[in-house]
Design a protein around this ligand. Structure first.
Ligand SMILES: NC(=O)c1ccc[n+]([C@@H]2O[C@H](COP(=O)([O-])OP(=O)(O)OC[C@H]3O[C@@H](n4cnc5c(N)ncnc54)[C@H](OP(=O)(O)O)[C@@H]3O)[C@@H](O)[C@H]2O)c1
Length: 214
């Protein structure tokens, strides 16, 4: 499968591109916004496409040429303000969904955040982030694309265990980014994740089993 990873230079994105590339089953293209980031991906044997989520939808569509699936794992990050949250986490995601629809790419995986679906769980501190994630997820769900919305808990840099809990609603918890990358990778080949939205935290169940049991 030809897979475009949006946010490829991020911590989850890089691990996902590597998994896709090493699998031999997929041809990943890393969507990056800086030419200088190319060599890292060339080393992994991955292609690159340069585009920015603040660009027009047409530029994102051009990056999607020939793709079978799109994974959105970009984010404006905690160091920017609510303006970038709107422009990247909400409108960037919305434009990516629009671009995929225009290109007839039916499979779209979104990295959301645990609690995004429940306003009662939005802490004051990062309410704009949850607003963006909530509406981006709804736009994808209503797009007609074959979506998978993964809502991880607090992301950790420690090594993954390959074992998670995944369900429509879970109590808050942490999860290594490596395991989230594995969830995205396995979701591409797990029919049961089509048109599903679910929380993910660390757990006891091997990723592929957890996705089959959703
Ligand atoms: N932090 C948490 O605990 C938490 C919890 C749940 C979900 N999430 C979500 O998990 C996802 C990935 O997390 P992560 O830790 O891998 O993030 P990360 O390391 O911060 O990576 C985010 C990526 O988004 C890219 N990006 C930012 N603005 C962009 C733009 N205008 N155009 C194109 N790309 C842009 C960045 O590009 P550059 O490398 O060029 O800067 C970066 O590669 C995000 O959607 C985040 O909201 C986070």
């Amino acid at each position: 499968m030809n897979v475009l990873v949006i946010g490829a230079n991020g911590k989850i994105g890089k691990q996902l591109v590597k998994l896709l590339s090493e699998s031999g089953e997929h041809t990943p293209t890393a969507m990056i916004r800086d030419e200088k980031q190319k060599p890292d991906f060339e080393e992994m044997g991955a292609k690159t496409a340069v585009a920015d989520l603040e660009d027009r939808t047409e530029a994102l569509a051009a990056a999607m040429d020939g793709m079978d699936a799109v994974v959105f794992t970009a984010g404006s990050g905690g160091h920017t303000g609510p303006d970038k949250t709107l422009l990247i986490d909400l409108d960037g995601a919305a434009k990516a969904v629009e671009a995929a629809s225009q290109k007839g790419i039916s499979r779209f995986l979104m990295v959301s955040a645990i609690g995004a679906d429940d306003r009662g769980r939005w802490s004051d501190q990062i309410r704009p982030y949850f607003v963006a994630k909530h509406h981006a997820d709804n736009i994808l769900r209503e797009s007609g694309l074959d979506y998978t919305i993964v809502r991880p808990g607090l992301l950790l840099d420690e090594a993954g265990t390959g074992r998670i809990s995944a369900a429509e609603h879970l109590e808050p918890g942490g999860v290594p980014r490596e395991d989230v990358a594995r969830v995205l990778f396995e979701s591409l080949r797990t029919e049961n994740t089509r048109n599903r939205s679910f929380d993910v935290v660390s757990g006891e169940t091997p990723v592929s089993d957890a996705l089959e049991k959703l």
